[in-house]
Design a protein around this ligand. Structure first.
Ligand code: NAG
Ligand code: NAG
Ligand code: NAG
Ligand code: NAG
Ligand code: NAG
Ligand code: NAG
Ligand code: NAG
Ligand code: NAG
Ligand code: NAG
Length: 886
């Protein structure tokens, strides 16, 4: 008796102590490991495989529902980060069955089942959609890792918090489940132990494949008759697929002896490729007058002829090439001299997952991983650095050439709070072209290895505490123009050979242009910049403006440098904004996107628009778009001077326009200033048209304003009109597509009805809005009045046009002081712009020419009888209307 007790204890100990070869079984969200006695599997905690996420437990109700399966009780969820990854060490080039398990079990008490994506390495594996909180879901894949680890990543797709319950790896024989490319995903849980009344896995299956019994989706057999026999493991002669005697001891045959056994399905996609594995054995010993012979047909073509499974010998039959088609049909048909119908014991169906994204070059992965740990970086850097490109690590750029491993080409760790020395692992990023370590607390030398990075073209080490001399090889490269080197604001750094211990020079700035021709000009710019830099913080903006004006001469050649340096000097902290606006003291405007405040930068008034949180939420591309708009300069566009982008504090800083907006002038708000004359009105219209024309044809890529209206046309101290509020316009993608599909935005009355109905935003949408503004200018009537049908300004003007009386159309407060032809021309332009059919609306360049003609006609008249018009507003006309920054 003692003896048997010992044996029992020993057996348990053996199971626990014996690491199962080829098995990795991870119980996610658990503190420690345990052995599942009925599965005879050792589960371990997931703590060694991941650093992110939080542990969770399914609700007690769900726990009692699943009380025999301890691996389902805990899970790990990922409320933070886009992509979170498990990294699991494996044997490279071995074949693995990998299974992920998900049971929501209302762990968060929210009763809110999520959906998220699952990646294996850099490739999409599947989308996990939890439909029922009580039901366990699994994804299985047969995969050969190309690295000595596998990353399993959960991707937040904004449909709830990703989580995972268990991860299991089982090593398979590598000459089974062969596919020449990609991996094999178990299709719709179709691994069926036919004829069985229950499901099985380990220890009944040595590879721990889960064989589904009579339930969905394995209950597809209609008019099938289950058969069973008792087969012991010893008495079954197995194939390499090692199905196990339990799986093989049940089978099905057709209820009607003469019918075929048919297994068929319609793939979701005709191009999907399948591999199918069918398992056979003769479970009963046949008498001498009995025979069981059948043909196996695939889509009505013969796959195997006169097949006769042998007693207790397992056969695996699988088409060796992948199958695809609209319908896939296997038919097992009894031959004429067979006394028994066909039989089948089990079937597995897999779909090929094409793994197209190669992993990042291992040397780069190792280097960036050690950089991450050297600086203790807490970035959301998870999974493969470069792949898939959609989830590229923040601060990196990579090259993707065909099937080659992606390589890291840019590393931007600017303003990342790094301290210590420049990490030597950077030397292993051998394809690096751009390295930005500016604005950190790095100290020590500028290492020599930076000059050995053959492809490095831009190196920014500004604003650190680096010391010593700059390696002469780097200086040499920058002299030759092959490297753009920025080392400013490192108090203890000096150019090689020029270190003077006693007088530690404060700043050395080196900007070397990549093109020799503009070298001298750039040095001038640099000197200007150094001088300006020394001034106070808030003055920064004048520097950048100066730089912009300079760079207008050579925009192309300095663009690279600008994008590195300029962006920052036009970025203001929230603190700066508080200072500039004197704690948001004076409101000067309110719009759909936020409130506008008066501010001062260095005594120059500016308009600071703080975006409302709803606008901030909708514009994730904020920074990229702002950077583009910072480069847009035209005398008829209010300049964007800078921006603030700190979390939800997002603001835009514009030049201040002293004379308010067009709408205010037309509505007579400034009673002290006279209403605009016809000539002045045409000038304002022409200015606005020029601004729009520039956005459409002068900008690459073109910009759609989206909110052209009379309140967005501002007048400066000289009454020159400028289009404003284009800070949140849409950039038309430069890929030849000429419209963007967006949520409809804009102002009622000015909104292009075609855009409104089609959601297709084009440049012609702005032309429509401009037409409405022009009608306002002409008539000084409200855009909407009366009922909706006839209330729009274009409808009302249309009615009057048919009467042919221009004096009834034009604003009566002008008291007839206008040239009639000029007025007709303006009305024609406006009506063409508001055509319902976008194709009939003119291009802005045509509008500009027509308005110039209308203005010329009016000028000819006023020059004849000067004094007749109230020409008290001085508008500078003679500088010409050619846009400067073409
Ligand atoms: C995986 O392998 C790496 C390198 O061989 C090792 O440093 C790491 O500790 C291993 N991880 C686990 C969880 O065993
Ligand atoms: C979820 O599954 C359980 C068990 O199968 C079932 O009782 C329940 O009705 C299902 N709930 C929903 C919402 O489908
Ligand atoms: C099986 O894997 C080994 C390495 O583990 C490899 O050498 C061998 O060629 C593989 N066999 C097949 C058939 O792929
Ligand atoms: C399944 O079938 C076996 C043998 O046919 C039988 O012993 C067992 O009770 C059945 N189990 C269930 C759950 O029906
Ligand atoms: C198992 O089957 C194979 C091939 O059919 C045969 O060569 C082998 O001898 C059989 N082994 C046993 C133990 O029956
Ligand atoms: C086969 O032979 C047995 C007797 O040995 C007999 O009972 C049975 O009916 C025969 N079956 C057929 C299909 O002829
Ligand atoms: C059954 O018939 C086929 C031809 O239809 C023949 O090839 C085969 O040998 C026959 N088998 C037996 C056991 O008679
Ligand atoms: C990566 O490339 C894109 C497009 O070329 C560019 O906008 C971005 O600034 C680059 N990022 C870094 C870190 O260089
Ligand atoms: C660079 O990579 C090599 C080989 O992969 C490695 O031996 C070396 O330690 C790495 N160097 C640094 C500084 O990480």
């Amino acid at each position: 008796m003692w003896m048997s007790f010992y044996v029992a204890v020993l057996a348990v100990l053996l199971i626990q102590a014996h690491a199962q070869p080829g098995f990795i079984s991870i119980n996610c969200g658990s503190q420690d490991g345990y052995t599942d006695q009925s599965l005879q599997i050792n589960y371990v905690s997931d703590a060694d495989f991941i650093n992110t996420g939080v542990n969770g437990k399914i609700s007690s109700e769900e726990n009692s529902r699943h009380n025999t399966q301890r691996q389902l009780w805990t899970l790990r969820s990922f409320p933070e980060g886009k992509r979170n990854c498990y990294k699991i060490n494996v044997t490279r080039a071995s074949k693995y069955l990998i299974r992920t398990t998900f049971l929501y079990g209302n762990y968060d008490g929210q009763n809110n089942t999520p959906q998220f994506d699952l990646l294996i390495g850099p490739n999409h594996w599947g989308t996990v959609t939890i439909q029922n909180e009580s039901i366990t879901q699994t994804n299985e894949i047969i995969h050969v890792p190309s690295m000595d680890y596998v990353q399993i990543c959960l991707v937040d797709t904004d449909s709830g918090i990703p989580f995972i319950t268990a991860i299991e790896f089982r090593t398979l024989k590598n000459d089974t489940y062969v596919t020449p490319f990609g991996s094999l995903e178990l299709y719709n849980y179709l691994r069926c132990d036919l004829g069985s009344n229950t499901s099985y896995r380990h220890p009944f299956d040595v590879y721990d494949r889960v064989w589904y019994g009579p339930y969905y989706p394995c209950n597809f057999g209609k008019n099938w008759k289950p058969l069973s026999a008792s087969i012991s493991d010893d008495s079954l002669n197995q194939t390499d697929y090692k199905q196990g005697a339990t799986i093989m001891s049940t089978a099905v045959e057709p209820e009607n002896d003469s019918s075929p056994l048919v297994i068929s399905w319609e793939p979701q996609k005709e191009t999907d490729k399948f591999y199918v594995y069918m398992y056979f054995t003769e479970i009963h010993l046949l008498t001498t007058n009995e025979t069981r012979i059948f043909n196996i047909m695939l889509n009505d073509e013969s796959l195997v002829q006169n097949f006769s499974p042998r007693y207790h010998i397992a056969h695996t039959i699988n088409p060796t090439a992948a199958i695809s088609g609209k319908e896939i049909k296997f038919s097992l048909e009894r031959t004429g001299n067979s006394t028994l119908p066909p039989i089948i014991s089990a079937i597995e169906i897999y779909r090929v997952i094409d793994s197209q994204n190669p992993e990042t070059f291992q040397g780069d992965v190792d280097a960036i991983t050690s950089i991450k740990s050297a600086y203790g970086m807490e970035r959301d850097w998870e999974g493969d650095p470069c792949s898939p490109a959609a989830y590229l690590w923040d601060g990196l750029n990579c090259t993707y050439l065909g099937n080659e491993f992606p390589r890291i080409t840019a590393l931007n760790l600017s303003s990342s709070g790094l301290s210590g020395k420049i990490d030597s692992s950077i030397s292993n990023l051998t394809m690096l072209e751009k390295l930005d370590l500016s604005n950190n607390n790095l100290n020590g030398d500028v290492p020599d290895f930076l000059s050995q990075l053959q492809h490095l073209k831009i190196l920014n080490l500004e604003k650190n505490d680096l010391s010593g001399s700059i390696p002469s090889a780097l200086v040499e490269k920058s002299r030759k123009g092959s490297l753009s080197l920025s080392v400013g604001e490192n108090p203890y750094l000096c150019e090689s050979g020029q270190c003077n211990e006693k007088e530690k020079k404060n700043t050395v700035i080196l900007i070397v242009a990549s093109i020799c021709g503009v070298l001298i000009l750039l040095i001038a710019v640099a000197i200007l910049w150094i001088i300006k830099r020394k001034k106070s913080k808030v003055e920064k903006f004048t520097d950048s403006v100066a730089l912009n004006h300079q760079s207008d001469f050579s925009e192309k050649s300095t663009e690279k440098d600008n994008s590195f340096q300029q962006g920052k000097s036009q970025m203001y902290s929230y603190y700066d904004v508080l200072y500039i606006t004197n704690n948001f003291k004076r409101i000067i405007g309110k719009g759909g996107f936020g409130t506008v405040y008066l501010g001062f930068i260095d005594d120059t008034p500016v308009a600071v628009k703080m975006l409302s949180s709803s606008a901030v939420h909708g514009y994730q591309q904020f920074q990229a778009e702002v950077k583009l708009l910072l480069r847009v300069h035209h005398k008829n566009l209010t300049s964007l001077i800078g921006y603030c982008n700190e979390g939800t504090n997002k603001g835009l800083i514009y030049e201040y326009m002293a004379n308010g907006n067009l709408h205010e002038h037309l509505s007579g708000k400034y009673s002290e200033s006279p209403l605009l004359s016809w000539k002045d009105r045409l000038r304002v219209a022409l200015d606005a048209a020029l601004g729009l024309e520039y956005l459409q044809t002068g900008c690459k890529p073109p910009i759609i304003h989206r909110d052209v209206k009379s309140t967005n046309i501002l007048l400066d101290e000289h009454f020159q009109a400028k289009l404003s509020d284009f800070g949140l316009s849409k950039v038309v993608p430069d890929d030849g597509g000429s419209y963007v599909s967006t949520v409809v935005a804009g102002t009622f009355g000015y909104l292009d009805p075609h855009y409104h109905s089609s959601n297709r935003l084009t440049q012609k949408s702005d032309v429509y809005s401009f037409g409405v503004v022009l009608l306002e200018i002409i008539t000084n009537q409200p855009v909407m009045a009366g009922n909706e049908e006839t209330g729009h300004i274009s409808e009302r003007v249309n009615l009057m046009i048919s009467k042919g009386d221009i004096r009834a159309i034009v604003d009566s407060s002008l008291e007839g002081n206008f040239d009639i032809n000029s007025a007709w021309k303006a009305v024609e332009i406006a009506m063409a712009c508001v055509s319902p059919n976008p194709n009939e609306r003119p291009m802005m360049s045509a509008v500009v020419i027509e308005l110039q003609e209308a203005l010329a006609t009016e000028l000819a008249r006023t020059n004849h009888d000067s004094g007749a018009s109230i020409a008290s507003i001085s508008v500078k006309v003679d500088t010409g209307y050619m846009p400067l920054a073409r």
